[in-house]
Design a protein. Structure first.
Length: 95
């Protein structure tokens, strides 16, 4: 199965807000999102997520590949965080 990287931009950000592409339920009450950032931004992005208490847990895989795991109840806050990361730090949500 091939994974396609999807840049979050003005058009796709609207899609993220509405349908959250790339987000699959990992459990009935959890969402998991794969995000890629510049490897030099990983520690900073992790600190932003950790400072946003309850929005998501973040796991670093390798380089700039991150996995966000969030309760479904925090979906709106997660979308807001992803849009901010896209705008300010060039984050990409992976399909």
């Amino acid at each position: 199965m091939r994974r396609v990287k999807a840049w979050i931009s003005g058009v796709t950000s609207e899609k993220v807000r509405n349908v959250m592409p790339g987000v699959a339920p990992t459990h009935a009450q959890m969402l998991d999102v794969r995000v890629e950032v510049d490897p030099r931004e990983v520690v900073f992005v992790k600190s932003l997520v950790e400072a946003s208490e309850g929005v998501a847990s973040i796991f670093a895989e390798h380089g700039g590949s991150l996995t966000f795991v969030s309760p479904v109840t925090r979906r709106a806050a997660l979308v807001e965080l992803l849009v901010d990361l896209e705008r300010d730090h060039g984050a990409r949500v992976l399909d």
